[in-house]
Design a protein. Structure first.
Length: 22
């Protein structure tokens, strides 16, 4: 797994919200 912030930078802000929800 990786930091939600890093995923948001690579995929987008939508990932950050999904990662936080999990």
């Amino acid at each position: 797994m990786f930091d939600s912030t890093q995923a948001a930078e690579v995929m987008g802000p939508r990932t950050q919200t999904r990662e936080r929800h999990q």
